[in-house]
Each structure stands twice: as C-alpha cells, then as structure tokens.
Write a protein that binds this ligand. Structure first.
Ligand code: UDP
Length: 330
C-alpha cells in the first residue's frame, strides 16, 4: 500500500455514512490523519472508522470555524448530503438547505481559514435522461429532480469559488455505489433502504418478503432498467487519487465514476440468487418515477488523468462483498 498521504490531515464530513466510512478507512490505510464530522442524521456510529470524531453539523459555522482554527487541514472531503430522489421531489427545500445552503456555509468557513482543497461527492443524477451512452463528463447537465439539481448547484458553486478564491476541487460523479469492504466490518446501511442491491439481499436474508421490480417495459433487452454498479472501495480509491491530484497541484476537475458496464435489474437479481443460493421473490410493479432506462458511465477521463482502475470490476464480487456484510444482519 502506498503511504503517500503520511501526515496529511483530512476533514471528512459525512464520514459515518456508507461511502464516507469506506473512504475514511482507506485514507487511514494510506497514512492520512482523519477527523470525521457527522451529525448522524443518516450516519451510523458502527461505521465510524476514526477515533477523531466530531458530532455536529456542517452548516454550523461556529463549529467548523473552531475546527479550522484549531487544526490545519490539508483538505476537506464532503459526503454529507441527502440522496433519496423521491424524497427530494416531496421535500425539495430539505435538499436545497442541506445539500446546497450548508455546503456554501462550509466553504465560507474553509476559505476564512485558508483551507483550499475540496473533494466533493456528486452524482450521475446531474445528467438526467442520457442522450448518449456511455455518459462522458461533457454530456449536458439536465437533472430531473431536486436531488440532482442540488448537486449541479454545488458543482457550479465550486467552479465559481474556484475561479474567485483559488479553491481547488474535484467533483466525483458516482454512478451506482454498491458492495462492502471485504472485511465486512463496514457496509451499506440506510433507513429506509431504497437501493436495489441491499433490498435484494434483505430479501435473500429473509428480512424482506419480496423485491418490488420497478418497471418491466423499459426499452432495454429484458425490459428492466440498466445501471452501472461500482464497488464502494473503488469509489473510495478515487477519492485518494483526487486528493493526491489536488496535493500535486493538478487543479480543479470533474470525473465520472462507474465501471462502464451496465446490468439490468433482472440480471442483478439473478446474480444475487447465484451468489447467495437463496430464493428471492420478485413482484413486478409499475415504473418508479424519475428512473432513466439506462445509466452507464464512461470513466475514461479519471483512468487517463489520475490512473484510476477498479479492482472489483464485476457484479459477482460486488454482490459477494455486500452479502458478507448483510449476512451479519444489519
Ligand atoms: N429498483 C427496483 N426495486 C427496488 C429498488 C430499485 O426495481 O426495490 C430499481 C430502480 O427502479 C432502478 C434500479 O433498481 O432501476 C437501481 O435503483 P437504485 O435505487 O438502487 O439506484 P438509482 O439508480 O436510482 O440511483
């Protein structure tokens, strides 16, 4: 393991969440010193991977001013966003206040204390309905819901602040994060759970009666939606590379993160049956509002610029690692 991040101090906001906790673990394995700031609105105590934990809100400028005045952080990573599309349609202000407003407060606080490197969790939802596939970073940004719009707003804010105040940032547009650390010490845990793979594995583990399959009439070979599943540790690794690029002075940029391979909902269910050896009952339902038929990333840019390469590049391994975690009954 490279220890290029020895002595580097990182504030990880949302470090008690799913992707945040995997990134904290990997940052520390690379030698970085990590402080987690999390308000535990969706984060979990059992996912906390650093002894340096601050319980509080990213929008509390007195708290962040205190952190930045006390410790000289080399960078901030920001995972602390709400991310349920349906909820964002029902309650858009929750998304604009938390995902956008509080991020502005955080960045103001960072700039006040000269913290000028930022790694931001963005999403494939910034693209909306794709015009071409695989999706490159040049694809137009036409988000279909408040969640996606909140992420575009922050990307725009970062670009403006970068030009005006010399802040450097990397925005990582995640496709479908999945899987768990192979140690099964951390993994995905949402309440309510809305994501496909955990829901399937809850059904496999007997903790859910059926998997509702949302839509069987999409213009895809088997009629169900196609997504690009990326292992959470490969996502975490991209954060390490983004941080190293910022430390090397490579400047601000935006990258997609997916494996570049699409799997339909039926294929994911079949693979989960194979991996778990369990019956998984399926109930066909109508489409879920706002789901594009196909979302597959081109991640060529981050491969070329930062040398990113996924280690868990197949659905079977992704589901195997997730099953190891879900087998522990969360
Ligand atoms: N999906 C499904 N049943 C579920 C949850 C999800 O059929 O209980 C489908 C969903 O409609 C989408 C795909 O699985 O086509 C992936 O959904 P998920 O919420 O995991 O991720 P998204 O692509 O929406 O970010």
């Amino acid at each position: 393991m490279r220890r290029k991040l020895d002595k580097i101090r990182v504030l990880v906001i949302g470090g008690a969440g799913y992707i945040g906790s995997h990134t904290v673990k990997l940052l520390q394995e690379h030698g970085a010193r990590v402080t987690i700031l999390d308000n535990f609105s969706t984060g979990k105590k059992f996912l906390v991977q650093s002894n340096d934990l601050v319980e509080g809100d990213l929008g509390d400028s007195r708290l962040t001013d205190g952190l930045f005045s006390k410790t000289s952080y080399d960078a901030v990573m920001h995972f602390a966003a709400f991310s349920i599309v349906g909820e964002s349609v029902q309650n858009p202000l929750k998304y604009y206040r938390n995902n956008v407003g509080k991020t502005a407060v955080l960045i103001e606080s960072m700039l006040k204390y000269g913290v000028k490197r930022f790694v931001f969790s963005s999403t494939a939802a910034v693209y909306g309905e794709p015009e071409v596939t695989p999706i490159t970073e040049e694809h137009p940004l036409r988000p279909k819901n408040p969640y996606g719009r909140s992420k575009v707003m922050v990307e725009n804010m970062l670009s403006d602040v970068s030009a005006a105040a010399g802040m450097e940032y990397v925005a990582l547009r995640y496709f479908n994060a999945a899987g768990a650390d192979p140690s099964a010490s951390i993994g995905e845990s949402h309440e309510p759970e809305t994501h496909l793979i955990p829901i399937i594995l809850q059904a496999a583990g007997g903790r859910r009666e059926v998997v509702k399959l949302f839509g069987t009439d999409y213009p895809t070979p088997d009629g169900t939606c196609i997504r690009d599943y990326i292992h959470v540790n490969d996502l975490a690794d991209a954060h390490i590379l983004a941080l190293e690029a910022l430390l090397d002075g490579k400047g601000s940029d935006v990258y997609n993160l997916g494996c570049g391979k699409g799997y339909s909902v039926r294929e994911v269910i079949d693979m989960a049956r194979k991996v778990t050896g369990k019956e998984i009952r399926v109930l066909e339902e109508k489409r879920r509002e706002g789901d594009p038929a196909v979302l597959v990333a081109s991640s060529d840019k981050i491969k070329k610029d930062l040398g990113w390469k996924p280690d868990y590049d197949n659905l079977e391994t992704i589901i195997e690692t997730a099953w190891r975690w879900h087998g522990k009954v969360r």
